[in-house]
Design a protein around this ligand. Structure first.
Ligand SMILES: Cc1cc2nc3c(=O)[nH]c(=O)nc-3n(C[C@H](O)[C@H](O)[C@H](O)COP(=O)(O)OP(=O)(O)OC[C@H]3O[C@@H](n4cnc5c(N)ncnc54)[C@H](O)[C@@H]3O)c2cc1C
Length: 291
């Protein structure tokens, strides 16, 4: 990455170097990278899921506290030296030592055309000011938590699904993820498949977690839009769960503006009202991206 400085420091400070062991000490030198970007964090791993989707993990600033489901601004420096930042949901839970992000690759996207090329050891900018409405605090207590998303809208839910508080607060947790193709579901599918056996929270997850993937442009077990599956009742029938009620069901929505509007209307038709951090209620919504 541009402008990075590298400091060379000896591995061992026990013995001052002298002429005899100078060569050995030089051989033992290790590279310590000094972040030079504003709010720099180092990339620790990158996974490419498809041609258009990837996830990556970065070091976590020691001072960063966030609630699972929140987003921050991340980015890279532009050629003119100014930061280019975009909103990104933190996909890792609040207790994790690192931060994970799940990203689209927009071919001509100012940020993601470059961000998709990051590799382990590179640095990104991360502004440590988390915000957002897809948090447990913005919902009134309930029995079932529905998470409904399209594409990278699954990111905040990947955070909440790995948070023990989610399973302490709800009897049942449902992730309904709609993508165009089956391959685009892989990130959410792997996560939900692994959770019941997770050594840290597997016991809490137990049989509370339900996964309902749908595809719109490729045949699959549940073809079609999640909105249609809710309207027809198919999702409730398949999962053996009742229709939404304001007393028992809580809904979190994260997708395109169109999906958000449709699901909000379905929530309201069932008597659920929109919540916020300042006024918890029965459903909350956030845009997965700005069109
Ligand atoms: C609250 C919030 C949280 C967000 N969280 C994430 C996240 O966790 N992961 C993520 O990849 N993006 C997320 N985004 C979108 C993100 O901020 C950027 O838009 C995205 O990284 C593309 O940046 P860009 O500069 O390459 O292109 P931009 O100029 O930002 O976008 C170009 C066009 O690409 C399309 N687009 C942008 N983002 C997406 C997307 N995620 N899915 C489908 N189409 C898209 C839109 O049509 C947009 O007009 C979030 C946006 C908001 C508002």
């Amino acid at each position: 990455m541009k402008g990075r400085r590298e400091n060379l420091k000896p591995c061992s400070r026990k013995r001052p170097p002298n002429r005899l062991n100078a060569t050995k000490d030089i051989m033992n030198l290790q590279v310590v990278k000094t972040p030079t970007l504003p709010d720099a964090q180092s990339v620790t791993s990158v996974t490419h899921w498809t041609d258009t989707l990837f996830s990556f993990r970065v070091t976590r600033p020691q001072s960063l506290r966030f609630r699972s489901g929140e987003f921050v601004m991340i980015g890279l420096l532009k050629d003119d030296g100014k930061p280019l930042l975009r909103a990104y949901s933190i996909a890792s839970p609040s207790w994790d030592e690192e931060l994970e992000f799940y990203s689209i690759k927009v071919p001509d996207g100012p940020l993601t055309s470059r961000l998709q090329k990051i590799k382990k050891g590179d640095e990104i900018i991360l502004r440590p000011k988390p915000v957002g409405t897809l948090v447990l605090d913005a919902l009134l207590p309930g029995k079932r938590l529905w998470m409904i998303c399209t594409g990278t809208g699954v990111a905040p839910f990947a955070s909440l699904l790995r948070d023990p508080e989610t399973y302490e607060a709800y009897d049942q947790v449902i992730l309904a993820h709609t993508c165009r193709m089956k391959a685009e579901l892989a990130y959410g599918a792997e996560l939900t498949a692994a959770l019941p056996n997770d050594p840290l929270i597997g016991e809490l997850v137990g049989d509370k977690l339900h996964y309902y993937p749908t595809t719109t442009r490729e045949p699959s077990q549940n073809e079609g839009r999640i909105t249609d599956h809710i309207r027809s009742g198919q999702v409730f029938e398949t999962l053996g769960l009742p229709q939404w009620t304001p007393t028992e069901d809580r809904v979190m929505i994260c997708g395109s503006i169109a999906l958000n509007k449709d699901i909000m209307a379905l929530c309201e038709a069932q008597g659920l009202t929109e919540g916020a951090n300042s006024k918890p209620a029965e459903f909350v919504v956030e845009k997965a991206f700005v069109d």
